[in-house]
Design a protein around this ligand. Sequence first.
Ligand SMILES: N[C@@H](CCC(=O)N[C@@H](CS)C(=O)NCC(=O)O)C(=O)O
Length: 207
Amino acid sequence: MSDLTIWTYDWVPEMPRGFVRDLRLRWACEEAGLPYQVKSTPFKDKGTEHFEHQPFGQAPWLTDGDISIFESGAGLLHLARKSEKLMPRDPVGGAEALQWTIAALNSVEMVSVPWWFLEMSGAEDNGLTGWLESRLDHVERVLNERDWLAAGRFTVADLIMADVLRVEKVRAFGDRPATEAYVARMTERPAFRKAHADQMAHFAAAD
Ligand SMILES: N[C@@H](CCC(=O)N[C@@H](CS)C(=O)NCC(=O)O)C(=O)O
C-alpha cells in the first residue's frame, strides 16, 4: 500500500462531480506514475479530524507518511518534488513551471472562482466580468504562442492551469480558440481521463 494518500469527500452532489479538487492530485500522481490511494472524509458531518488536516474544512488534502498537506496547489508542488515529469529539475524550467503554477492559482483562479460564484448566484451584474475577461485574454495570447506554459513540455503548471480553465462556465465565456484547444489537449491526456473517471466512480459508489 502506498504512503501517498489523497483525501476527499465520501460523497458530493452531482454538480461538482468531475471538478472536486482531489482530481488535481489524482491527475498529478497518474502523470508521474506515483502510486497512491484515495480515502474519504464525510461530506456531511465534518469532524475535528477533518479540520486538523484542512483548517477551512475543505477537500482535498494529501498525506505522505508523517506529512499532511492541504491546499491542492501545495499538494501538487509536494508531488512535483517527487517527479521530474511534473517539474523540470533545471533551474530555468523549474522557475517557469513554478511561476505558471502560482499564476493559475493566484492570477486566474483567484478571479475565476468568485466570478463563477456570482454567475451561479444569478447576479444581474457580475462586477468581476471585466477582470476575468482581461485575465483570460492574456492567457489566450500566451497560449497562442506556445503549446505548453513552461519548459517546452507538459508540467504541473499545465495541469493546474487546465484544471482552472476547464470549468464549463469559464470555457463558455468568450471565444478563445487557443485556450479551448489547450484545455481539450490537456483533458485528452490518459492521466486526466483516468483521474476524472476514478473521481466519478468514487462519488457514484456512495450514491
Ligand atoms: N484553495 C483550496 C480550495 C478547496 C476547495 O474549494 N474545495 C472544495 C471542493 S473542490 C470544498 O471543499 N468545498 C466545500 C467547502 O468549501 O466547504 C484548494 O485548492 O485546495
